[in-house]
Design a protein around this ligand. Structure first.
Ligand SMILES: Nc1nc2c(c(=O)[nH]1)N[C@H]1C(S)=C(S)[C@@H](COP(=O)(O)O)O[C@H]1N2
Ligand SMILES: [Mo]
Length: 191
């Protein structure tokens, strides 16, 4: 779901913040533009690895969007820069049976999404925030950004997108977080 004039900007149970809190497992992998790589692997026609230059060669987009964290903060009108995830995926050519994706971070973090969720216009492989390179604390140089889901679906220090036939719970999904994570439905924890 996306915002509409008929609905408030802040989803149920959320409060507005303006200071972009940092949340992660506490492991800082120290990725740089030189060392960053993104592997596209699993059920794809052309497994491949992108580096920074390959990411920069793709169409760049800027977008303003809201981010909602399950710990109840929401930040509005965040300015991001990156490449549409669907443009990145297209390079590898997901096979017809690839219906699910695991996003991996260099800290060992994982999170799962349906492939269809990554095709939305607002899903970015993001490398800029507020007109500057994305900071290490927020998953820079490159993270996933999935604004329509709670923040834990947006893997920081993005290192691989792995395509599967079946859905595989990620780090938090295996620890009781909801599989789908829609903030407008308050899909925080699994029943
Ligand atoms: N690689 C990685 N990505 C991650 C996490 C993590 O621990 N490691 N934490 C997730 C969680 S729980 C949240 S709320 C958001 C927080 O992003 P931020 O620190 O930029 O606010 O990152 C998500 N992506
Ligand atoms: Mo989180």
């Amino acid at each position: 779901m996306t915002a509409s004039p008929l609905r408030p900007r802040i989803p149920p149970g959320q409060r507005e913040t303006r200071d972009f809190p940092v949340l992660d497992l506490g492991i800082r992998p120290g990725v740089t533009h030189e060392t960053w790589r993104l592997a596209l692997q699993g059920r794809v026609a052309r497994p491949l690895t992108l580096d920074w230059a390959a990411l920069m060669a793709l169409p760049q987009v800027r977008q303003r969007c809201d981010v909602h964290c399950v710990t109840t903060w929401s930040q509005l009108d965040m300015d991001w820069e990156g490449v549409r995830a669907r443009d990145v995926l297209a390079l590898a050519g997901p096979l017809p049976d690839a219906r699910f994706v695991t996003a991996h971070g260099s800290d060992g973090y994982t999170t799962n999404l349906p492939l269809a969720a990554l095709l939305d216009d607002d899903v970015l492989v993001a490398h800029g925030f507020d007109g500057a390179p994305l900071a290490d604390a927020h998953g820079g140089p490159v993270r996933l950004l999935v604004p329509a889901r709670y923040g834990w679906k947006s893997a920081k220090w993005l290192s691989a997108l792995e395509f599967h036939v079946e859905d595989r719970p990620g780090y938090w999904e295996a620890r009781g977080y909801h599989n789908d994570a829609d903030p407008w439905k308050e899909e925080r924890y699994s029943a």
